[in-house]
Design a protein around this ligand. Structure first.
Ligand code: PEP
Ligand code: MG
Length: 893
């Protein structure tokens, strides 16, 4: 690090583009300051300083001096000194990383209060109670977060003080009660932390800064980052901001606001306000807030000013913003803003609303939504017509329909979900310690807190269903039960259903129905006026933006006409993978068995000619469903044992029969064949093109079926566009042999039917050797389709069928990868083979058609990669086609 590096920025020096350095909060405080909005003065310590601290265990040498210089400026601006006895400047010390991590890291308010300055604050504010309340809050927060004292101890002392006075809310404690409480809090600190609460304000500040740095690496912060895929090495910035007070009486207060409804996207007044309170009271949901609209009646001047600021912010950021503000004796202060989190549905609505307002263009609108959100909108919902037992209603905090067994603590949630149970985590309110329980649950239900409570914010971020603030439900975590207003008791393990779109809570399992977005893609719903249709209209428009700009085409992995038709409705532009083995299941399995068992040419030909008409019929149907669009038919791929009985079962059957002396000839032959074909590593054995090369006539039969089906469709005036694909090729010689045979068959069919078929022949690239020799293989292939499932398996040496259940959890926990490489393409390894094979293939054959048909074809992040390396199309399961279309559009926009 250079010595000239600047570690501290005044709010007037930064801007919103400096999020890497100043964190989201710091960058936006600077932006608001420079917009001329009322932000309390302050400065930000950079993430670079945090990184140095975390690497070396010590603050960078220059940091203290820089902080001193900025503190001096701040003191001059404010006309008072930090902790000054007769009129103290107080500051907050808040964390603020590049990506928001709600409640994950430390914050300490009221720094600068001490035994000396508390009286100064009392005099200056004219409010003794307020001064002592602020002081007890400082000791409590500082004790808990900086000195590591168990927070419960302070809570209990506070509860005891209220109980002793027979009052229920903390505002009923007066100055002398709070004075006593401060004494007690200091005793707790001394006993638990082994030191006195620091009276030197600068020492308070420095310790708080280091504690914020350290909070970057707490377990819960790490867990949150892993979940949200936030890199672990970014560090947090620290914001030092002069305090303003929302707890100075009824003309003070604090609140949160959204410039639009984060659940529906509608414009209006959304937020919560809490009179006579500090910020943490709102976020923790400790006292019940009033709707923001009520502020108009409480303090019209501040309300009007806030509305004006919200409009300024929306127009400036051109997006939904969320805001934290405080009113100190009628003076409004902005404490934070950021582009706000929103539900999936709101993301689509807001994107189109902003286009209509002329604030953003279509390309930008595409960046405001993503495939994961679209996938979420395609989840089923509760069936409103179904009989259901409504037991309560809360706030619709994060949409979705979740059903599971009631659990009342995080530990049980995790334990039960590990053993395969679906659970709903029910709490009075959640806090950051509940994070792993929330992750493990289908949904979250709380009885307290609003749309901005911890539960709501975190659940929305995770895309989890959440109902919060269901006050009529009484949650008793100690006794692991919940009681409804009608007196019904729900015990741990009872099934409940929660609807995060309506806020309704039901006892028992409520059946689910498809989402309106799916109904729309299926062509069963069109844009209209009611609420669901407004969402559909927004999705419809955004999909049109994506389709207009995307370069990648999107095909489906489909093996039958029904799937093909659905895929077409969802926007598929062809079939990228028809797995013909799926056509040999059920009754046809025995025909394949006959083929495998055949000893003579006659027997083999008999089996093949029985299969031929069935295959042909499959293809006719498929080509008809996809008329006019390409259909890639892959010749038989799986190891043959998949068509034969299980070796153990068959051995037992034969042994039993032999002991009864009635073993049948066929079973004996079958057992022999099963033994012969048994492989230790079937996925690396006799499969793919190898089958075609050792079982005479198999691929020829399939090619004939394809060719005859295409001819039949042509004669019926159809437009079949079949492509024949050879799996698991490792060397060009394999492909050459198969091609020669295929070309002969095709020529025969063309001659016999008098039609020109224009079939193309290509290969999958799914073995490292194929990728490495792609230049040679392209000489014999008219197209490549990357089989990234097998390619991932063979590049990593991971069994695709086993590893996700065995050691992947450990790998994910250790951060070896953030997501399974079978889900999102491993760009550095597997991806680099794809990239070089694309280049080599195109060098040999410039018009080589390139696609991907592994699972990655429908994964948002992977789609961007395939766009970037220049594939022509991605192919994925029908249900994921809309997501792939959207992401292909986003990649190109
Ligand atoms: C692949 O390997 O990526 C592929 C699409 O083929 P399959 O999954 O059928 O092996
Ligand atoms: Mg494969």
């Amino acid at each position: 690090l250079q010595h000239t590096q600047k570690f501290v920025y005044d709010f007037t020096e930064g801007n919103r583009d400096l999020k890497d350095l100043l964190g989201g909060k710091g960058a936006n405080l600077a932006e608001m300051t420079n917009l001329g909005l009322p932000v309390p003065p302050g400065f930000t310590i950079t993430t670079e300083a945090c990184k140095v601290y975390l690497d070396s265990g010590d603050e960078p040498a220059e940091l203290r001096d820089e902080v001193s210089a900025h503190l001096d400026t701040l003191q001059q601006t404010m006309g008072k000194k930090l902790g000054q006895a007769d009129d103290p400047l107080l500051v907050s010390v808040r964390s603020g990383a590049k990506f928001s991590m709600p409640g994950m890291m430390d914050t300490v308010l009221n720094i600068g209060l001490s035994d000396a300055s508390v009286t100064g604050l009392a005099k200056q504010s004219g409010d003794e109670r307020f001064a002592w309340d602020s002081y007890r809050r400082l000791i409590q927060m500082f004790g808990k977060t900086v000195l590591g004292v168990d927070g419960e101890l302070f809570e209990e002392a506070l509860e005891d003080a209220k109980a002793a006075k027979k009052v229920s809310v903390d505002t009923d404690l007066d100055a002398s009660d709070l004075k006593k409480l401060v004494k007690q809090f200091k005793k707790i600190v001394k006993a638990e932390a082994g030191r006195d609460f620091p009276q030197d304000p600068r020492e308070q500040m420095d310790l708080a800064i280091c504690s914020v740095f350290e909070s970057w690496n707490t377990d819960r912060a790490k867990l949150y980052r892993r979940q949200e895929r936030i890199p672990g090495d970014l560090g947090t910035a620290v914001n030092i901001c002069s305090m303003v007070f929302g707890n100075l009486g009824p003309d003070s207060g604090t609140g949160v606001a959204f410039t639009r409804d984060p659940a529906s996207g509608h414009q209006g007044v959304y937020g919560d306000y809490l009179q006579n309170a500090q910020g943490e009271d709102v976020v923790a949901g400790i006292r019940n807030t009033v709707p923001l609209a009520d502020l108009e009646g409480i303090d019209k001047k501040s309300y009007d000013q806030l509305m004006g600021i919200m409009e300024t912010l929306e127009n400036h950021y051109k997006d939904l913003c969320d805001i934290e503000f405080t009113i100190e004796r009628g003076q409004l202060w902005m404490l934070q803003t950021r582009v706000g989190k929103r539900t999936a549905g709101a993301a689509f609505r807001i994107a189109t609303q902003l286009v209509d307002q002329g604030l953003i263009d279509e390309a930008e609108a595409l960046q405001r939504v993503n495939g994961a959100q679209l996938a979420q909108l395609m989840f089923p919902r509760f069936d409103e017509a179904a009989k259901s037992d409504l037991i309560g209603r809360g706030i619709a905090a994060s949409p979705g329909a979740a059903v599971g067994k009631a659990v009342f603590d995080s530990y049980t949630a995790v334990k039960w979900s590990r053993s395969g149970e679906k659970v709903i985590l029910i709490r009075r309110e959640t806090n950051p310690d509940d994070l792993d329980g929330m992750i493990a649950s289908e949904g979250i239900l709380t009885s307290r807190g609003g749309k901005t409570s911890h539960a709501a914010v975190v659940a929305r971020g995770m895309g989890k269903t959440c109902v919060c603030g269901a006050e009529e439900l009484e949650v008793d975590t100690k006794r692991r039960r919940m009681t409804t207003q009608a007196g019904t008791v729900i015990e741990e393990g009872d099934v409940v259903s929660i609807d995060g779109s309506t806020g309704k809570v039901y006892l028992g399992e409520v059946p689910v129905v498809p989402s309106p977005v799916v109904e729309y893609f299926e062509g069963r719903m069109h844009a209209g006026a009611d609420d669901a249709d407004e969402l559909v209209a927004a999705v419809h428009r955004v999909m049109a933006y994506a389709d207009r700009v995307r370069r990648l085409r999107v095909r489906a992995n489909a093996d039958n006409a029904e799937d093909a038709l659905r895929a077409r409705r969802f926007g598929a532009q062809g079939i990228g993978l028809c797995r013909t083995e799926h056509m040999f299941l059920g009754e046809r399995r025995e025909m394949v068995e006959r083929l495998i068992l055949a000893d003579t040419d006659d027997e083999r030909e008999g089996a093949l000619s029985a299969l031929l008409p069935l295959q042909k019929k499959d293809f006719v149907e498929l080509f008809e469903a996809m008329d006019g669009l390409p259909v890639t038919v892959r010749l038989l791929d799986p190891p043959l044992h998949e068509f034969l009985p299980d070796i153990t079962e068959l051995s037992v059957r034969v042994a039993l029969a032999e002991s009864r002396k009635d073993a049948n000839e066929n079973d004996l032959r079958l057992l022999q064949a099963v033994h012969k074909l048994h492989e230790q590593n079937p996925m690396l054995g006799l499969r793919g093109v190898r089958l075609g090369l050792v079982i005479p006539g198999l691929f020829a039969m399939q090619v004939r079926a394809i060719a005859e089906a295409a001819a039949e469709r042509k004669n019926a005036k159809g437009d079949p566009r079949a492509e024949i694909m050879i799996p698991l090729v490792g060397t060009v010689q394999e492909l050459e042999i198969v091609r020669e045979e295929a070309d002969t068959v095709i020529a025969e069919v063309e001659a016999a039917t008098g039609t020109e078929l224009k079939l193309t022949i290509g290969t999958m690239i799914e073995l490292p050797r194929a990728a490495l020799t792609a230049g040679q293989i392209a000489e014999a292939a008219q197209f490549f389709s990357f089989g990234t499932n097998d390619l991932t398996q063979t590049v990593w040496g991971f069994s695709r069928d086993d590893v996700e259940a065995s050691f992947f959890t450990a790998y994910l926990e250790k951060g070896i990868f953030g997501v399974s490489p079978f889900e999102t393409i491993d760009k550095d390894g597997v991806g680099s083979l794809v990239r070089s094979a694309v280049e080599a293939g195109r060098a040999t054959r410039p018009d080589l058609k390139l696609g991907v048909c592994g699972e990655h074809g429908g994964d948002p992040e992977s789609v961007h990669f395939f766009h970037e390396v220049g594939l022509d199309y991605v192919s994925c399961s029908p249900f994921r086609i809309p997501v792939a279309r959207l992401e292909a559009g986003r990649a190109a926009a």
